[in-house]
Ligand binder design. Structure first.
Ligand code: HEC
Length: 127
């Protein structure tokens, strides 16, 4: 958890350390984690958007979320996910480096950011 909180600093520039999203000149830079169904329901989906980024499809936010794959090894990504899911998704489970490695491998061929349609599908497919 401590490692996760520290590693989440890389997300905080846009999402805020409190996860509520940062606003600059009245425009939101990024959404609050608490509004994300992925954070609540789909760990694989959450891993995927951090690894690949999200396609920018509207002007709702002043920036886009790019791939953060180079920033995190499997252990630190697992720690960030564990921390975010715990703080904002109501989960107490721990995401392991092995799970992250498996997701990284499964989606290795993908280079494009995730689309909003895919995010909805992942949420719908989640248990
Ligand atoms: C450069 C700014 C930036 C950084 C850094 C960033 N994000 Fe984002 N993030 C965004 C934006 C913008 C969106 C909304 C994209 C959209 O919907 O168009 C977003 C969306 C999200 C979502 C919501 C997905 C959904 O629709 O349910 C999650 C979860 C998320 N980010 C997690 C993270 C995590 C975790 C990190 C750090 C590993 C991170 N972000 C780093 C800008 C950023």
């Amino acid at each position: 958890m401590r490692l996760g909180r520290m590693k989440a600093m890389s997300c905080a520039a846009c999402h805020g350390m409190d996860g509520k999203g940062v606003s600059r000149e009245g425009v939101m830079v990024a959404p609050p984690y608490g509004d994300s169904e992925l954070v609540k329901r789909s760990p694989e989906g959450l891993a995927l958007i951090i690894l690949k980024g999200i396609q920018r499809e509207s002007e709702t936010y002043s920036t886009a979320m790019g791939s953060m794959a180079p920033v995190y090894d499997d252990r630190s990504l697992a720690a960030v996910m564990t921390w975010i899911r715990n703080q904002f998704g109501g989960h107490e489970d721990v995401i392991t480096a092995e799970q992250v490695a498996a997701w990284r491998e499964k989606h290795a061929a993908r280079t494009e950011p995730v689309t909003h349609a895919e995010i909805s599908e992942m949420v719908d497919a989640a248990p």
